[in-house]
Design a protein around this ligand. Structure first.
Ligand code: NDP
Length: 246
């Protein structure tokens, strides 16, 4: 497999770390963003101990300006970005009748506007080089909705519209654009959910357990491979059977 440059946003988080590890194991040069430098450096050292060298670039993906700077820094360190994984995301849960505008805007900016902010600075280079892979990490809740997550579900559903439009525009340039929609994965985001709520969620999952971050990373590495050149505009559901079909 040819070694490429891969930028994974939110690479220091639960799913992001697994994606980074997997893409590095595939021989790619990997990078991620950070906001808290001390935390990022500690994480980078941990990854280095595991044999994974990760380039770091400061940047908040909810800001177009910071995202552009982040991409420039990654390209300065590693070269042009060939593989982009839009993975950074947050939740600010509340039933809609109690949701404030900050909760709405933070989630839309971080989870959806980020797709514009980070993809825009890399897409022209991919088109010029006639090769690219863009994967959005959406969510099961962008497909089926979730109580208390009107903001999150709207952002995650929006990623699909973004994906299928970008896929159409760029298919002739050797660029594929897809989404992966994980179900509930055992990361900090899900472990922060109260235990009794988590138990109810697990009871609804046919496989009887939460997903592992490595299981999401596996799908991402599949979609970013050279051999996946004919898979574009697709969504890959990975949820232990929790939600099937549209
Ligand atoms: P984590 O909370 O473990 O990691 C989130 C990552 O995103 C962190 O690295 C965080 O960095 C980064 N991030 C958050 N906000 C910003 C921002 N404004 N700018 C830059 N980076 C930011 O989450 P997961 O690994 O669980 O989730 C990863 C993705 O997968 C998310 O998009 C999530 O919605 C999605 N997903 C997760 C599921 C799950 O069950 N865990 C299920 C379905 C989808 P920092 O440390 O600086 O905050």
């Amino acid at each position: 497999m040819q070694s490429r440059v891969a930028l994974v946003t939110g690479g220091t988080g639960g799913i992001g770390t697994s994606i980074i590890r997997r893409l590095a194991q595939s021989g790619h040069r990997v990078a991620t963003n950070y906001r808290d430098e001390a935390r990022a450096l500690a994480w980078q050292a941990l990854m280095r101990d595991q044999g994974v060298e990760v380039a770091l670039a400061r940047g908040d993906v909810s800001s177009a300006e910071e995202s552009a700077g982040m991409v420039r820094e990654v390209e300065r360190q590693l070269g042009p970005v060939d593989i982009l994984i839009n993975n950074a995301g947050i939740t600010r849960d509340s039933t809609f009748h109690r949701m404030d505008v900050l909760q709405w805007n933070e989630v839309i900016s971080t989870n959806l506007n980020s797709c514009f902010n980070v993809t825009r600075p890399v897409i022209e280079g991919m088109r010029e080089r006639r090769w690219g892979r863009v994967v959005q990490i959406s969510s099961i809740n962008g497909l089926k909705g979730q109580y208390g997550q009107a903001n999150y579900a709207a952002a995650k559903a929006g990623m699909h519209g973004f994906t299928i439009s970008l896929a159409r525009e760029n298919a002739r340039f050797g660029i594929t654009v897809n989404t992966v929609s994980p179900g509930y994965v055992a990361t900090d985001m899900v472990m922060a959910v109260p235990e009794e709520v988590r138990a109810k969620i697990v009871a609804e999952i046919p496989t009887g357990r939460l997903g592992a971050p490595e299981e999401i990373a596996y799908a991402v590495s599949f979609l970013t491979a050279d051999e996946a050149a004919w898979i574009t505009g697709s969504n890959l559901d990975i949820n232990g059977g929790h939600h099937m079909g549209w």
